[in-house]
Design a protein around this ligand. Structure first.
Ligand SMILES: Cc1cc2nc3c(=O)[nH]c(=O)nc-3n(C[C@H](O)[C@H](O)[C@H](O)COP(=O)(O)OP(=O)(O)OC[C@H]3O[C@@H](n4cnc5c(N)ncnc54)[C@H](O)[C@@H]3O)c2cc1C
Length: 485
């Protein structure tokens, strides 16, 4: 029996029957996440059903020195859940129970594999919901949301995952069960919850989460405003916030995006406009009416060429349908697209969008911008055809240049999709060697053996040194060691 066979036998012995997959046809679905250009088959997939079984998997992996990649639904866009060769993927698919719903405390205790939307569906009977709403919420899990600190349309007003999670129970690679935060508003000891949220599966495996629930607003209406110039639309975003209004959602779509989605969903978008802003107000009918009136005045003052307000719930959903369907619409007009994720100060929106327009010409690729404008969280969708020579490389170089511009204007290389493998080189552009060394020290404190999702998110200093040299070469492969699709 070789070492892999011995490992698989030990793993199978540690778990109930049918909890370990190792045949290629069974592990194939786990070979990538949403960053599907990069794929790697794992040695095995473990499907624990509870925390004790997670601990059992970790124990066997420690004994055989086998790395583990935690995985929720695999909707991540930065390769965080991409397997490691000769490693195990630990899927939380069977840990999908809502443990407790407390309408009085407005909290829910859930296992990590519970889908984001399932929490709100379960809470709806109490007139409550879970506010962070990634567009992937029908599929993505709360464990993945915690690991990525996920956001969504409503996060401008209600906060990101980190603001909506009270307590995380997790297990470290060494087998310690740790609770971070508490069900009260504060917890004793160091506040490690915020450090853990967004740690991309590298510090521990989430086994249970307590989330906050908020009352479903009595009503909501959305304004759709057209602008003839991108600069004016960007100015309007800043003007709304400066007026002291925090919309329930504030999203922008440029002309490429609205022309891309309109034939697909017929949302009634002004396809002649340089940009469209969707601004939502929620609350009691009186609050909504007042906020809509104030936002309308600000948007008109900022140069909107047309303003429409949804007159019914059906119309509100119609206005949003284009925004929500932007990704599938991109798939209709381009064989492939690459979704970037950078965050910038709101006042830099116009400069960065203009910069992206210039890059489109330079890289010979189109880019659709559809994004969380209120948060300054950009999602440029670079359209390309992977079957054409060089287009994937050009798309990746284009994406890296967008991120470099985000850093240059005082922003960050990720808003909500994480670093994973996708942006590991861009980490070298964002952080100094000393900062990267500090991140590695945090990783080592939680996982001294470096077996939990290793080589993701934090580049080695060597890698950064090589990246500095590689940067000047055209057509380079950022992850030459990884198999490509
Ligand atoms: C169409 C589409 C739209 C999207 N829209 C948004 C959006 O609006 N906002 C947004 O923020 N993101 C969005 N995403 C990205 C993605 O859905 C989120 O990052 C999501 O949180 C990933 O959840 P998941 O369950 O799929 O995690 P996975 O992709 O399986 O894993 C993501 C990371 O979490 C780690 N992980 C998973 N489970 C655990 C656990 N139990 N313990 C520790 N680590 C764990 C993994 O190791 C990996 O590093 C979108 C993706 C798609 C495909």
């Amino acid at each position: 029996m070789n070492n892999s066979q011995a490992f698989l036998a030990a793993l199978r012995a540690a778990l109930p029957p049918s909890s370990v997959l190792s045949e290629t046809e069974d592990t194939r679905p786990y070979e990538c996440d949403g960053l599907s250009a990069y794929r790697q088959l794992p040695m095995a997939v473990a499907l624990p059903a509870d925390e004790a079984q997670v601990l059992a998997v970790l124990k066997v992996c420690r004994e055989f020195n086998v790395p583990i990649v935690p995985r929720g639904a695999g909707t991540g866009l930065s390769g965080g859940a991409m397997p490691i060769e000769n490693g195990v993927v630990l899927s939380t698919a069977r840990m999908n129970q809502v443990v407790r719903m407390d309408a009085y405390a407005r909290t829910a205790v859930v296992q990590p594999g519970v889908r984001n939307l399932a929490i709100s569906e379960e809470a709806a009977q109490h007139g409550l919901y879970y506010a962070p709403d990634p567009s992937s919420q029908i599929a993505c899990t709360i464990g993945g949301n915690v690991a990525e600190n996920s956001g969504g349309v409503h996060c401008l007003k209600y906060g990101l995952t980190v603001h909506n999670v009270l307590r995380v129970r997790m297990v470290t690679m060494e087998g310690d069960v740790v609770e971070l935060g508490s069900e009260a508003l504060d917890a004793p000891g160091l506040d490690l919850l915020a450090a853990f949220v967004g740690s991309e599966g590298m510090l521990g495996i989430v086994t249970e989460v307590t989330v906050k629930l908020v009352p479903k607003p009595a009503t909501a209406r959305v304004i759709m405003a057209s602008f003839n110039e991108i600069g004016a639309a960007c100015g309007a975003v800043a003007a709304v916030i400066a007026a002291g209004i925090i919309p329930a959602g504030m999203e922008m779509m440029d002309r490429t995006s609205s022309r891309m989605v309109e034939p697909f969903v017929h949302a009634g978008y002004d396809t002649g406009a340089a940009a469209i802003l969707l601004c939502e107000a929620d609350g009691t009918p009186e609050e909504v009416e007042e906020e809509i009136a104030r936002m309308t005045a600000v948007l008109q003052g900022a140069g909107a060429s047309a303003v429409q307000v949804s007159g019914s719930e059906a119309e509100r959903l119609k206005f949003w349908s284009g925004r929500k369907n932007a990704f599938p619409a991109a798939g209709r007009i381009s064989p492939d697209y690459y979704c970037m994720d950078g965050t910038i100060p709101r006042k830099q929106l116009a400069r960065v969008l203009l910069g992206i327009e210039q890059m489109e010409a330079r890289y010979g690729l189109r880019c659709a911008n559809v994004f969380h404008a209120g948060d300054g969280n950009l999602h440029p969708l670079i359209l390309f055809d992977a079957n054409k020579p060089d287009e994937l490389q050009r798309a990746e170089a284009f994406g890296a240049e967008i991120l470099a511009l985000c850093v240059e204007v005082g922003g960050t290389i990720t808003g909500e999709h994480g670093v994973g493998i996708e942006k590991i080189d861009s980490m070298c552009a964002q952080f100094t060697d000393a900062e990267l060394a500090a991140f590695s020290a945090v990783k080592r404190a939680f996982d001294p053996l470096s077996l939990l999702n290793p080589n993701k998110a934090i580049p080695t200093l060597n890698r950064c040194a090589e990246f500095g040299k590689m940067h000047v070469r055209a057509g380079r492969l950022p992850f030459a060691g990884l198999p490509r699709f």
